[in-house]
Design a protein around this ligand. Structure first.
Ligand code: HEC
Length: 348
């Protein structure tokens, strides 16, 4: 949602509040008040970008929130979850790092959702087709899509799949996308090429695109591995997932991963940090990843105050973060059992 649209809404909401208290006087209860924050103008766009990736039919979350009826029926719970900071799940502390996959609510968005829930959930004006959100530009079709050959009966909390071998010569991957089969139960998927990590997915992540000039080699005959983690389900479940690849030209920088253990790691080359996935063995612990550059300046890569094992999110930096040789990366946690997977690129 655009910022100026927000400002406009807040101005309207404030004006409405002032008028309502002037007209209704002190005798009226909160239930009489109808907010000017509406579904079509304010709430639907927020839920669409922040929530519906999980809260849709067949999705990871238990209730859908895509339609006005669904959201209105859940308005009280929405307010509660938002006020208590449980939804959307995004354990990273605000103010440390700028992430391209950040789905946390801004304070203003949280305000709008609660105002709507408290103010009789008005639907608002019909959306003028001229201004209705235009469908996003058709995403580029994937160059290669590999699926698990047959549906898998989910009997354990994780499963490993070797996808059919890649045919053709060496290629370069400029992006990838996990294709979840049974979205209601998959908590995480880790994709690897010949046993080396390519990246990890958690709901509702979409496609990952590496910065221009960065790619990962897909050797001829490579084995693609999928490690899929499931949550418990009361009923029998099957899953058939896959992964899609977007090819790129020969890059100037190669994509790499490195697992940083708890403690300090000193970089022996210049890198661009692209993403970080902190991990602690148990929930509720805090974990921080901070880079100390050779000039002693500090750069927080990730600060998680209460780790949630149910959401092992990969935090993708909105801008590649250059870290020079000699930079010391400290992974610190309240738990001794911690690490962080660093995704980065190095010059060839
Ligand atoms: C990463 C996936 C995900 C996203 C994104 C997400 N939710 Fe949820 N939501 C869940 C899951 C899973 C649950 C079930 C409770 C749990 O496991 O924490 C849930 C539960 C809820 C509930 C309680 C439902 C009930 O049965 O009482 C509400 C309300 C809710 N979410 C609202 C939201 C809102 C509003 C947003 C966006 C601002 C949001 N959620 C974003 C996954 C998500």
């Amino acid at each position: 949602m655009r910022f100026n649209q927000h400002l406009h809404t807040v101005t309207r909401a404030l004006a409405a509040g002032v008028i309502a208290s002037a007209v209704l006087g002190s005798g009226s209860s909160a239930h009489d008040r109808t907010t000017q924050v509406t579904w079509t103008a304010d709430v639907a766009p927020i839920l669409q970008t922040r929530c519906v990736g999980c809260h849709d039919t067949g999705g990871f979350a238990p209730i859908p929130l895509a339609s006005y009826q669904d959201a209105r029926a859940a308005a009280r719970q929405i307010k509660q979850e938002v006020l208590e900071g449980r939804m959307p799940p995004w354990p990273a502390a605000r103010g440390f790092g700028d992430f391209s996959n950040d789905r946390s609510l801004t304070p203003l968005e949280a305000e709008l959702l609660t105002a709507w829930a408290e103010g009789n959930t008005p639907i608002g004006p019909p959306v003028d087709a001229k201004y209705a959100a235009t469908a996003p530009a058709a995403a580029r079709a994937a160059d290669l899509e590999l699926m698990v050959p047959a549906p898998h009966d989910v009997t354990a909390l994780s499963a490993h799949f070797d996808l059919p071998a890649v045919s053709g010569g060496d290629r370069w991957i400029g992006g990838w996308e996990f294709r979840p089969g049974n979205r209601s139960i998959i908590t995480q998927a880790i994709v690897s090429i010949d046993g080396t990590r390519l990246g990890a997915w958690t709901p509702p992540d979409g496609a990952v695109t590496f910065p221009n000039g960065v790619a990962r080699r897909l050797p001829a005959g490579a084995r693609i591995g999928l490690e899929v983690r499931y949550r418990k389900s009361a009923s029998p479940q099957t899953d058939r997932s896959g992964v899609a690849f977007y090819f790129a030209d020969r890059p100037s920088r190669e994509l790499q991963h490195r697992s940083l253990p708890c403690g300090r790691t000193v970089l022996d080359r210049d890198i661009d940090a692209l993403a970080i996935a902190p991990r602690v063995a148990s929930g509720g612990e805090w974990i921080e990843v901070v880079a100390e550059r050779p000039d002693r300046s500090l750069k927080a890569l990730s600060v998680v105050r209460r780790y949630e094992p149910a959401y092992p999110i990969t935090y993708r930096f909105a801008h590649a973060t250059p870290l020079a040789r000699g930079t010391s990366i400290a992974v610190t946690s309240s738990s001794a059992d911690c690490d962080a997977d660093l995704e980065y690129s190095v010059r060839r």
